[in-house]
Design a binder for this molecule. Structure first.
Ligand code: DX5
Ligand code: ZN
Length: 222
């Protein structure tokens, strides 16, 4: 069944613990942290402090999406803060293979993200080393953007490569996920859905997460 990763970016930061409790009442398994540095993307968010302050309050899996330049500077701080998976952007890494292995040496799972305009073939020589591939379905930087259907073939590409090579990496999709777009990405092979604005704006986040999960059960029946 597809995993769901609500993105804290769309939460109300003045009541962060309450927002965490809201997520915990749903069937979502992961918590997605969007880290932005104002250089790699034109927006600033937060750093390891927020991750470490939430760590003792939940058992959710901590999924940290680094939208930063020089991601190698931040591996240790986020590992110490309690991250369990660190995802870096291919576009921000000169030595991607080295960074992926530096993340693993800290005992974390390693993911690589691709912007919408980056071809999937960039990861051909690295797939065996990855725990997760993140296909961005919006240009990173902001919540509430519209899903870009042009990335669907990229999700299918990673799904086919996974089968061909007998690999087990997760295929995560991030940006513009809602009840309309989730079935499309699940059909293409997504295994983890990040969802920010649609989760926090929904009248019943609980029902919303169940609906996303149901799409993956329906896919199996097809
Ligand atoms: C975009 C971030 C996303 C974003 C998703 O740069 O990486 O995680 O918060 O938000 P929605 O679901 O609103 O597109
Ligand atoms: Zn993200």
């Amino acid at each position: 069944m597809v995993k769901v990763a609500p993105s804290l970016l769309s939460a109300d930061f003045s009541i962060l613990e309450k927002e965490l409790q809201l997520i915990e009442k749903t069937a979502a398994e992961w918590l997605h942290f969007d880290i932005m540095d104002g250089h790699f993307v034109p927006n600033l968010t937060f750093g390891p402090l927020i991750v470490s302050s939430l760590r003792p309050k939940t058992n959710l899996f901590f999924d940290v999406h680094l939208m930063v330049e020089n991601p190698d500077f931040y591996i240790k701080p986020f590992a110490q803060a309690g991250a369990q998976l660190l995802t870096v952007h291919q576009e921000a890494c000169t030595h991607l293979h080295r960074i992926v292995h530096a993340i693993k040496e800290e005992g974390l799972k390693a993911g690589v993200s691709l912007n919408p305009a980056t071809p999937p073939q960039f990861l051909d020589y690295l797939l065996e080393d990855l725990d997760l591939v993140l296909v961005m379905s919006v240009n990173p930087g902001f919540p509430s953007q519209s899903f870009l259907p042009a990335v669907l073939p990229k999700i299918r590409y990673f799904s086919e490569k996974k089968k061909e090579r007998g690999l087990s990496y997760e295929i995560q999709v991030d940006g513009g996920i809602n009840e309309k777009t989730a079935p499309l990405v699940i059909q293409a092979g997504a295994t983890v859905l990040v969802t920010g604005s649609a989760f926090f704006e929904h009248a019943s986040p609980n029902k919303y997460v169940e609906a996303l999960k149901l799409f993956s059960i329906e896919k199996k029946k097809v």
